[in-house]
Design a protein around this ligand. Structure first.
Ligand code: SF4
Length: 361
């Protein structure tokens, strides 16, 4: 029988396994400590397990489904990792370091799919197309490997790398649950963010299931036709309906939903601010503004002056607004840029059918 990836296990799965081989269920907690707190990469390192148990685990399981292919370090301190999966595909993770009130905060931005089927015009991952969903083990191993290689224990995790997390709902939720275990990474639910382009059915499921993680929604435009050109999801899941769903169902006791808004030269007029305000006037939100970072054929970055005016116009909403800096521009840190290079053939085909793309996430 082929070996399984042990990082697909929840604590319940691990307890059942240990019981099935005649071991005590508390071994499961010890296993999770080794895998995530001590972040070991071999069963041999699990020294409070007997030799026989270590050999049995080694016979049944593999610890790491990913191998490092490339690591790039930016002048601003962010790091980009390209990993190869066991079946020969590529995914990316980014380590972001930023000073927050004189305390360094570190975030790992992770992927949830190989490629992505959503086709957002500004996204390089879209150019790869959809390959497959990642398994829970592949999601978690990104954090293990980035921590081990960089020597940095991240504070936050964001599902903003390659892929639409809500299209890989079960594996993503399972991974988030494991990240939160106190006998492992022990990352607070308030420090885990799941970012979606706005799939209504899945947002509703997420709310109904009372998932405790932060939710971010990629808005980017409020005019339906213009948003649909950038983000095809608008045609089937209009942002207007997403806003109504949040208004109707998102609990007032929860952390604010983050609205991600990539600022271009043509979406930051006063009218855009007013539409955004009207759309989300009854929802508990905060706004993350990101400046488009490169010039593209059909998308231009805004001027500093127009950004200032837009922010002023948004301030009447009386919600927290942050302007996010793009990290790692010198190392292709936007999602899909590095792995995109490994899928050149597929990208050329996609480019022919979809036109020219801009790289921004
Ligand atoms: S922005 Fe996100 S949802 Fe859109 S294509 Fe890229 S990875 Fe997929």
């Amino acid at each position: 029988m082929p070996k399984k990836f042990i990082k697909n296990f929840t604590i319940e799965d691990a307890s059942s396994y240990f019981q099935s081989i005649g071991e005590k269920p508390y071994r499961a907690r010890q296993l999770f400590n080794w895998l995530y707190e001590f972040n070991v990469d071999s069963f041999a390192a699990m020294t409070n397990f007997s030799k026989t148990l270590r050999a049995k685990l080694d016979e049944d399981f593999l610890i790491s489904p990913l191998t490092l292919e490339e690591r790039l370090i930016s002048a601003d301190g962010s790091e980009k990792y390209l990993f190869k999966t066991h079946d020969g595909h590529f995914i990316e993770s980014v380590l972001i370091r930023r000073d927050d009130s004189n305390k360094e905060r570190t975030t790992i931005c992770i992927s949830s799919q190989i490629g992505c089927p959503m086709g957002c015009l500004f996204c390089n991952t879209a150019r790869i197309g959809y390959v497959r969903n990642l398994e829970t083990a592949e999601i978690l191993d990104q954090i293990c490997q980035v921590r081990r290689i960089s020597g940095i224990k991240n504070d936050n995790v964001v599902f903003m790398g390659m892929g639409e997390p809500f299209l890989n709902y079960d594996s993503v939720m399972r991974a988030a649950e494991i990240m939160n275990y106190s006998f492992g990474f022990h990352i607070s639910v308030r420090r885990i963010t799941i970012s979606t382009c706005g799939i209504i059915k899945q947002i509703e499921r997420y709310i109904d299931e009372k998932r405790p993680y932060n939710l971010a929604i990629s808005v980017n435009d409020t005019i339906p036709q213009r948003r649909a050109q950038l983000m095809p999801v608008e045609k089937t899941n209009p942002i207007e309906k997403v806003a109504r769903l949040l208004e109707r169902k998102f609990p007032a006791t929860r952390n604010r939903v983050t609205l991600e808004y990539v600022m271009r030269s043509d979406n930051i007029e006063e009218q855009d601010a007013l539409r955004l305000k009207k759309l989300f006037r009854h929802s508990k939100i905060k706004i993350n503004l990101i400046r488009l970072n490169q010039t593209a054929l059909r998308l231009d970055p805004p001027s500093n002056e127009s950004i200032e005016k837009f922010v002023k116009a948004l301030e009447v909403m009386n919600v927290p607004i942050t302007i996010r800096k793009s990290f790692g521009e010198d190392i292709d840190a936007a999602c899909g840029q590095l792995s995109g290079k490994r899928y050149d053939h597929r990208i050329q085909i996609t480019q022919l059918t979809k036109g020219i793309f801009h790289e921004q996430r």
